[in-house]
Design a protein around this ligand. Structure first.
Ligand SMILES: C[S@@+](CC[C@H](N)C(=O)[O-])C[C@H]1O[C@@H](n2cnc3c(N)ncnc32)[C@H](O)[C@@H]1O
Length: 165
């Protein structure tokens, strides 16, 4: 997932549903400034522990909140990433309103997930696009990963494209 996200030092990245903070760790190690949100205080505590040095350095900020209630400031994000957060492909998905609001004009979104069954990539991509397109985001690629214990995939979306009519 971190490879697909292609983090560049200095970028501002928002991770939604950060869980234990593994991806946050990789993004911070790549030199990104990371805002990590998870509605579970337990997960945010785990992310904070795993990334203690980066939190202390001000390069990671972890927040216990649902995305729709999170304080994300006013500075746009170069990338928004999530892994195995079903809200991004399950209606009504108000999370996409937030993503559309905070993403930089040339920003990218990576919706990653574990591939639990054949064809899941296409189904998730179609479901995510159906929810994101009315907010001006379109699918620009589907990346597959030979991860263990199960394969994974990430749907990439970009902002600044004409919403579906
Ligand atoms: C299946 S876990 C995946 C955690 C982590 N991304 C990983 O891959 O290990 C999904 C996480 O997303 C969080 N989550 C789900 N919907 C959310 C939302 N709308 N806002 C913030 N966090 C959310 C849950 O609390 C949970 O920690």
């Amino acid at each position: 997932m971190a490879g697909v996200a292609a983090p560049v030092a200095g970028e501002r990245v928002l991770e939604v549903g950060c869980g234990h903070g593994v991806l946050v760790d990789l993004l911070a190690a790549a030199g990104c400034d990371v805002v990590a949100v998870d509605r579970s205080p337990t997960m945010v505590a785990a992310t904070t522990r795993r990334n203690a040095a980066a939190v202390a350095a001000g390069r990671v900020r972890a927040q216990a909140a649902s995305l729709v209630d999170a304080d994300l400031g006013t500075h746009p994000f170069d990338a928004v990433v999530c892994f195995d957060v079903r809200a991004f492909w399950t209606p009504p998905a108000p999370e996409w309103d937030v993503v559309a609001r905070v993403l930089a004009p040339a920003g990218r979104v990576l919706v990653g997930f574990s591939v639990m069954r054949p064809g899941a990539e296409q189904d998730v991509a179609a479901a995510a696009e159906a929810l994101a397109a009315p907010r001006g985001l379109r699918v620009t690629g589907v990346h597959r990963g030979a991860t263990t214990p199960m394969p994974s995939a990430a749907v990439e979306l970009r902002a600044g494209l004409t919403p579906r009519g």
